[in-house]
Design a protein around this ligand. Structure first.
Ligand SMILES: C[S@@+](CC[C@H](N)C(=O)[O-])C[C@H]1O[C@@H](n2cnc3c(N)ncnc32)[C@H](O)[C@@H]1O
Length: 509
């Protein structure tokens, strides 16, 4: 779920996407924590929900609120980084509206040699020559439906999940599913004896509302019934790490979470603006988010949606109607009201321009062009800063060979990006881990270059601060699956940089 890539920007690296799917904090969390359990809703023991691989019995309870529906509540204090549970997917398969992909590795169909398995689908209906005739996403629905015939317990787990049929039935989406999925499965594949129309629609809904986006190289989706019970918050208190190879999801506390708090995950992409996140949540998860961040025009002080006012040329325009789910864009300084159409077309044009950014110089030019258009933290330039802070010292020039100006720029960008991440994706999230890693690497080079001119106590203090950043980065990144680049980075940083830095500090008088 919780498809970070709905931003659709190739430039936003995969690293962002991994944390940013599927989250409760802020004002709403405390409100929900006190919500009493309704007698009318059957609240299962969380362990009966999914394919649990690791979980401490009694740690979580299922609860229900008028706002979120069912959700998971922690029964004891959690420390940031604590593993809450690990779960294997119930079903997984191609994304909705997928083109032809290999049903084993989910790579896009190129030619016979490119796939990990010889034939993508056995009945031959969707051979490569008929490319485009099939929504491969229907295969995932079929995998869900087949549970009815093969594994009634798993089928019940699937049916237990929210499908929002009542809402979806009145949307164009229902008709699309009718054509692309229901007719295909029941009539083209002739499975009408086994499944009803309503069952197919329900599985479509369960997938739409509950699935997580998976895949390191190629994207696919999977259902984790226990993880799906977590509520959404645009500043989540949990984070998750996926192991694409064996389909296991580790859900961890991103921050310290006191007992009695709902667990939350961000279903949208955390680093998009409020209007964009809300639109995605409304269209694909069928609710209006009213979390603390969504109700605050300045998004908890980050100003991620701030547009520069062309009238007074002093202030920024924000959606002051956010708390009422309205779009009322007003300048904070001169009170000029900006038409929604103006905001929408501005964003559309700049989103298109961001797609043309593909290296450090074009990124820097883009960031510069955004001055006088957006707040420096606006999500459009922010996405570029997020990528370019990592690119310096990695793309063309090695870190130790960066010019003093470029090294300073990398340091400034990493700190600027972290200031926003600390608020919007706080704690142990891969996104923060990667930027912390880049920051400490640049700081070490910077300190080496300066050390001859630094007094020992100042040198020691700087090194100790860098050591703390390095330790945080390692602690986060080593929670990733062992097959990932993030894990590899954490292990080499642990074996080399951590040892060297600790030794350097210990040798200082
Ligand atoms: C993945 S399910 C979560 C479990 C769900 N509450 C249930 O009872 O099955 C997502 C659905 O939960 C509800 N939900 C989750 N977080 C919410 C929030 N912050 N505000 C309103 N509804 C929320 C919405 O109905 C959403 O479509």
């Amino acid at each position: 779920m919780f498809n970070a890539s709905n931003m659709g920007k190739k430039k936003r690296s995969k690293k962002v996407t991994e944390d940013d799917e599927f989250g409760l904090s802020g004002a709403d969390s405390s409100a929900t924590a006190t919500t009493s359990t309704s007698d009318e809703v059957l609240l299962p023991d969380p362990t009966t929900l999914g394919n649990i691989i690791q979980y401490e019995s009694g740690l979580l309870a299922c609860a229900v609120s008028p706002v979120y529906g069912r959700y998971l509540n922690t029964q004891r204090d959690l420390k940031r980084g604590d593993l809450i549970f690990s779960e294997k997917y119930l079903i997984a398969g191609p994304q909705r509206s997928s083109d032809i992909v290999c049903v084993g590795c989910h790579s896009e169909f190129q030619d016979e040699t490119e796939r990990c398995s010889p034939v993508p689908i056995a009945n031959g209906q969707y051979s490569p020559t008929k490319a485009g005739t099939c929504d491969f996403g229907a295969l995932t629905i079929l995998r869900g439906l087949l549970l009815k015939l093969r594994d009634p317990i798993a089928w019940n787990k699937l049916l237990h999940l929210e499908a929002h049929n009542d809402i979806r039935r009145n949307l164009p989406l229902w008709r699309e599913n009718m054509i692309n999925v229901v007719v295909v499965i029941l009539h083209q594949w002739k499975l009408f004896e086994y499944f009803t129309e309503e069952e197919v629609h329900t599985v479509c809904g369960v997938l739409e509302v509950n699935s997580f986006e998976l895949g390191e190289k190629y994207s696919f989706r999977g259902i984790f019934p226990m993880a799906a019970m977590m509520a959404h918050d645009c500043v989540p208190n949990t984070t998750h790490f996926q192991n694409g190879i064996d389909g296991i999801l580790d859900v961890r506390a991103a921050i310290d979470i006191p007992a009695g708090t709902p667990l939350s995950i961000c279903y949208a992409f955390s680093l998009e603006g409020t209007s964009q996140r809300r639109k995605m949540l409304q269209e694909t998860k069928f609710f209006e988010c009213t979390c603390a961040r969504c109700c605050d025009a300045k998004e908890l002080g980050t100003c991620l949606s701030g547009v520069f006012c062309q009238t007074c040329r002093k202030g920024f325009i924000y959606n002051t109607g956010a708390a009422d789910l309205a779009q009322v864009w007003v300048c904070e300084k001169c009170n000029t009201k900006a038409p929604l159409q103006y905001i929408d077309s501005l964003l559309e044009n700049w989103q298109e321009a961001v797609d043309r950014v593909d290296d450090i110089p074009s990124s820097e030019k883009f960031i510069d062009n955004c001055k006088g258009i957006f707040h420096p933290n606006h999500f459009i330039p922010f996405g570029v800063k997020f990528n370019v802070c990592q690119a310096y010292g990695r793309e063309t020039t090695e870190l130790q060979n960066l010019s003093p100006t470029d090294l300073d720029r990398k340091l400034a960008l990493c700190r600027e990006v972290l200031d926003v991440l600390d608020v919007l994706t706080p704690g142990y999230t891969i996104t923060r881990g990667m930027v912390l890693y880049e920051l400490q690497a640049a700081e070490i080079i910077h300190i080496r270059r300066l050390q001859a001119n630094l007094k020992p106590p100042i040198l020691r203090r700087k090194l100790q601060m860098t050591l703390k950043t390095l330790k945080d980065a390692i602690a986060i990144l080593e929670m990733s699956a062992t097959s990932t680049i993030e894990y590899e980075i954490s292990q080499s940083a642990k074996k080399e940089t951590l040892v060297d830095l600790t030794k350097w500090i210990s040798l200082l008088k």
